[in-house]
Design a protein around this ligand. Structure first.
Ligand code: ASP
Ligand code: MG
Length: 594
């Protein structure tokens, strides 16, 4: 018999009427011949209310007790949901995370799932029950209650769908599906028919709101097709699966992360191990670093800049302060008045001119770009907070995100079949691994590129647009782009990588533009090596970048450029160190490479 998991978020179970409505959906699915597992969140704003209470009592409530408290929210909703189903004449049994056997590690308030037993759920289902599982919670080996982090019920739902081999995982929420950008921010946002796991992972971690990003990691790892839909309307919703909505469109979504803060560490020695010194201290405080930009060092000194969520600036500065004391060099500046605007799309990996389109749109709006980082499927820029909204609107329009792509496929049933076939393989391959453990699928070396750097770029709107326009005109495909704001002066330095045989052409183009914009100079290095580590969980396991830095520092290799995404970390090192670096990364990650 087909099995479906239906998850109802807080707003979908906010009052008794909504609980009865959700119960009817589950009963209908059961009557249509499915076994049904429901996953429910705490009612409405119940979790916030509980956190508020805890904070009235203590500024720093013990994490274990926090979990004890927060897990009650979901316990209330599962019981009421089971009662609702009984009242409507069907059979249901509610279960807490502990009763199901959702084993987690002991990181209270953000525990990771290790394993889930299916026996009890399967037996209850076979007896004709709707199983109602409490979202967001689990239990440690020592029977302490844990929670998975805010929004964690999505992760429970996808994890249950994975272990039960569910045919569908439906996420019921208060919006119609996944949007090209947050519709509360931009009313012209479009609800997409379909989006790929990788794209959704990027958008989720950029704060696109719809789903917990660990739930997407799960879905990708175990190939669970997700259907996001409204509990309030009959809108068709959005599928999250392997394939993107359109292969022609370079970009599928845009996002703004308003509350960012920029930290710059200036004048640190340009030698192996310095990034490690800084970032390992930040990671130890559990702060996720984004948009890392490192100046290609001149006169033996380097500047390293990165962004963190604004409310984590305090602990970040503490960590960096420690690092510069340790290094006995460098100074720190920071800026809280910045926002990050990003575009995401699988299609951009294969198309030229995508960055140009974005930068040109920003230039037309007179938005000054302070920093740029790119990955295979994402371009992010840092702008002044006041320009964030106009910037988002401009790029959303530039990539036609408000209209459906021309050859939009219907919600792909063929992809589901495909995904299902793979799912069994994947589950077999991951047998015996903790479910949320980091898994790498590739470590590779690319020796086909060179780097070009323009320094002393005036910090005014439109320069990046012009540079990448001319480069695209010259038919040169740009891979990594990194721009930082040089905090010494009102200047930036802009580096990018191109195919090695195009370095000379690029230098000619860059030289012409450098003259036109009175930049200080152009330098290049035809001999660089790009090392990439890819897999699932790279950013939520902050240790990956740190382990890479450590491995490279240990063999004396300096990192010249770096970019990170949800699924990949790329670093650029000296060309003649590529092979060695590759060997060392393979050794360091041997335990998680599958
Ligand atoms: N109730 C939890 C929260 O509000 C979990 C969830 O809703 O997914 O974060
Ligand atoms: Mg939620």
């Amino acid at each position: 018999m087909p099995l479906i998991v239906q998850k109802f978020g807080g707003t979908s179970v906010a009052d008794s009427e909504k609980i009865l409505g959700a119960a009817r959906k589950a009963i209908r699915a059961q009557q249509q011949g499915n076994q049904v597992v429901m996953v429910v969140s705490a009612m409405g704003k119940n979790t916030d209310m509980l956190i508020g209470l805890a904070n009235e009592i203590s500024e720093r409530p013990p994490a274990r007790e926090m979990d004890m408290l927060l897990s009650t929210g979901e316990q209330v909703s599962v019981a009421l949901m089971a009662m609702a189903i009984h009242a409507l004449g069907s059979q249901a049994v509610s279960l807490t995370g502990a009763q199901i056997g959702i084993k987690t590690d002991d990181t209270h308030t953000k525990a990771r799932i290790k394993s889930i037993s299916t026996e009890r759920m399967q037996q209850l289902l076979d007896e004709g029950n709707i199983v109602i599982a409490a979202g967001f919670q689990g239990i440690t080996d020592h029977f302490d209650i844990t929670t998975l982090g805010r929004g964690g019920s999505d992760t429970t739902a996808v994890a249950l769908a994975a272990v039960l081999g569910a045919d569908a995982c439906e996420i019921y929420t208060d919006v119609d599906g996944v949007y090209s950008t947050d519709p509360r921010v931009l009313p012209e946002a479009r609800c997409v028919d379909q989006i790929s796991y990788d794209e959704m992972l990027e958008l989720a971690s950029l704060g696109a709101g719809v789903m917990h990003n660990r739930s997407i990691e799960f879905a990708k790892k175990y190939q669970v097709p997700i259907h996001v839909r409204s509990s309030l309307s009959d809108a068709p919703g959005s599928m999250i699966i392997v394939e993107p909505e359109s292969v022609e469109r370079p970009v599928c979504g845009a996002a703004v992360t308003e509350k960012e803060a920029l930290v710059s560490v200036l004048d640190v020695p340009d030698r192996p191990g310095v990034s490690l010194e800084i970032f390992s201290r930040v990671a130890n405080r559990n702060v996720t670093v984004d948009m890392i930009v490192q100046n290609v060092g001149e006169d033996g000194k380097a500047d390293i800049s990165f962004t963190v969520p604004r409310d984590e600036i305090g602990i970040t500065l503490e960590a960096v302060q420690e690092a510069i004391q340790q290094l006995d060099a460098g100074r720190i500046t920071h800026d809280d008045n910045v926002s990050k605007v990003s575009v995401v799309g699988l299609g951009m990996a294969k198309q030229a001119g995508v960055a140009e389109t974005m930068f040109a749109a920003l230039g037309r709006e007179n938005v000054n770009i302070q920093m740029i980082t790119t990955s295979e499927i994402k371009i992010s820029v840092l702008v002044e907070r006041d320009s964030a909204l106009p910037a988002l609107r401009a790029v959303h329009k530039a990539f036609d995100l408000e209209t459906a792509p021309p050859a939009a496929k219907a919600t792909g049933s063929s992809s589901l079949v495909h995904a299902e076939a793979d799912a069994a393989d994947v589950v077999a391959r991951l047998q015996g691994v903790d479910m949320e453990e980091l898994v790498l699928d590739d470590i590779s070396l690319d020796e086909s590129q060179g780097r070009v750097t323009i320094s002393g770029v005036p910090d005014i709107p439109g320069v990046a647009a012009k540079v990448f326009h001319e480069i695209a005109e010259a038919n040169i495909f740009v891979d990594m782009i990194v721009q930082n704001r040089d905090s010494h002066e009102e200047h930036a330095s802009l580096s990018f990588t191109v195919p090695r045989e195009k370095v000379d052409d690029s230098v000619v183009v860059a030289g012409r533009l450098a003259e036109q914009f009175s930049c200080t100079g152009v330098s290049s290095c035809p001999n660089i090596a790009k090392l990439s580590v890819s897999g699932v969980g790279l950013r939520s396991h902050t240790s990956v970048a740190i382990r890479m830095f450590r491995a490279l520092a240990d063999i004396g290799v300096n990192v010249a450029m770096i970019n990170t995404s949800e699924v990949r970390v790329n670093v650029i090192v000296d060309g003649d160190k590529g092979e060695r670096a590759l060997e060392s990364l393979k050794a360091v990650f041997a335990d998680v490479l599958r």
